[in-house]
Design a protein around this ligand. Structure first.
Ligand SMILES: [Zn+2]
Length: 437
């Protein structure tokens, strides 16, 4: 144990001793105030946040603001974070140059692509697994599987697939980004007619950059310190876009300042009630829009087996087509999370139902999927008619287009729905990771 870790432990123990174990007060979601929801969403979606794009100072400014909100809400920091800021590093590896010779002939530069795991590589015959994509194979999925896999490979793609290769060129030029120091496979693709026993030599190089990203996290310690109920949303958005009528800022009010405001309001509400049975976690993730790096890092900082449920809140600013007091849940059939939520609000004005937009794959389009891959009953809750929403990822995603009373009602309904999971009365079944792509 390092000296720093020892000091940290003392701090944590002292923080633990200082916790007063006030009993958890009865639920009264009417105390969730529209003013809190409105303040957070309005601040995050203001033009001076410039669309909160991850990897920019704008996102860091939003994180600093949210850390203040988490503290004011009465949320405690997690161990290993700087206050409420959970900082981490993402490596970006951009291939700059790759040369492939097969059976003594150099492959044309526009028929070579590579994703590297480090600054350089040099392979000679026998060094690496050679995979051949033959004339009758389905080239695109084969190339994608290799590029997204975790094994080094040299792909020799038959020349009949040159168009499929060209369509992947943009993807190949993009840097590979990875959280922390996780290993990345070296994959080189060459369009050339050859068999697996071809002789070859490959040299390639890349630039490796490191960028800092920041989640905002907090907790309410419960009696059960190894059972967590997680409330989350992503605070990042897509930044500056092509101007429309002189407006170039994608404010991301609905996506997902609305969910982030909900997380703050839920934190304040539950923190005001004393010590819950289960420990509650609150996370505002960065970089959801850029590849989900915030939730990926978060998921490595604790034991996912101890997360009993994840309420990921996405785009709750617009009433659902099923009615004003309704919200839907992605991946409804993957665990009992949704039906437990439904049961918990019986007798109220509010109903939860299954995601009606299953062809949109929304279960996979937010941070919940990262935790679901680890078995967590992790679902997104949303209300926006995503199929017809004219403001989705547009510069017009402004607070003025939203219904803040509806939003506040939805936050209250989520609070009510979570009550039995927080008290330990209800525990959703786990998601089967084998069924999550
Ligand atoms: Zn979103």
């Amino acid at each position: 144990m390092s000296r720093f870790a020892a000091l940290l432990l003392v701090v944590i123990l002292q923080a633990g001793c200082a916790t007063t174990e006030a009993p958890f007060q009865d639920a009264d979601p009417s105390r969730i105030a529209r003013a809190d929801v409105e303040r957070v969403i309005t601040t995050l979606a203001a033009d001076d946040m410039r669309g909160r794009q991850a990897f920019t100072d704008d996102a860091l400014r939003a994180a600093d603001y949210l850390a203040g909100e988490f503290a004011a809400a009465g949320l405690q920091p997690l161990s290993g974070t700087e206050g409420h800021l959970q900082r981490f590093v993402v490596r970006s590896i951009a291939t700059t140059d790759a040369q492939v010779t097969v059976n003594g002939s150099e492959v044309a530069i526009d028929r070579v692509g590579a994703h590297l795991g480090g600054a350089s590589l040099a392979w000679a015959t026998g060094d690496v697994n050679v995979m051949v994509v033959g004339p009758d194979d389905d080239a695109r999925p084969a190339m994608l599987a290799a590029l997204q896999g975790d094994a080094d490979a040299l792909l020799l793609v038959n020349e009949v697939h040159v168009d499929a290769f060209q369509r992947l060129a943009g993807f190949l030029r993009r840097p590979v980004r990875v959280v922390g120091d996780a290993p990345v496979a070296n994959v080189v693709v060459a369009v050339v007619n050859a068999t697996a026993d071809a002789t070859y030599s490959v040299t390639a190089s890349a630039t490796v950059a490191e960028d800092g990203l920041t989640n905002v996290v907090g907790m309410i310690p419960g009696h059960r310190t190894d059972e967590f109920v997680l409330f989350s949303a992503h605070y990042d958005h897509i930044g500056i876009r092509t101007a429309v009528d002189g407006d170039s800022i994608a404010n991301g009010a609905n996506d997902d300042a609305s969910g982030t405001a909900a997380v703050v309001a839920l934190g304040k509400y539950f923190a005001s009630r004393g010590t819950p049975e289960r420990t509650l976690l609150f996370a505002a993730f960065t970089a959801e829009e850029a590849g989900g790096y915030g939730s990926r890092h978060f998921s490595t900082q604790l034991n996912p087996d101890q997360i009993v449920a994840m309420f990921n809140i996405e785009m709750i600013g617009t009433p659902a087509t099923e009615g004003p007091n309704t919200a839907w849940i992605t991946g409804f059939e993957r665990s009992t999370f949704g039906s437990l939520l439904q049961e918990a609000v019986i007798g109220t004005d509010y109903t939860f139902y299954a995601d009606p937009y299953t062809t949109q794959n929304l279960f996979y389009r937010s941070d919940n999927a990262t935790l679901a891959r680890l078995g967590v009953p992790a679902h997104s809750i949303s209300t926006t008619p995503i199929d017809v929403d004219p403001h989705y990822h547009q510069v017009t995603d402004h607070v003025e287009t939203l219904d803040l009373d509806h939003m506040t009602n939805t936050v209250r309904a989520i609070a009510m729905g979570a009550e039995t999971m927080i008290s330990g009365v209800a525990t959703p079944t786990r998601v089967d990771p084998a069924t999550v792509n």
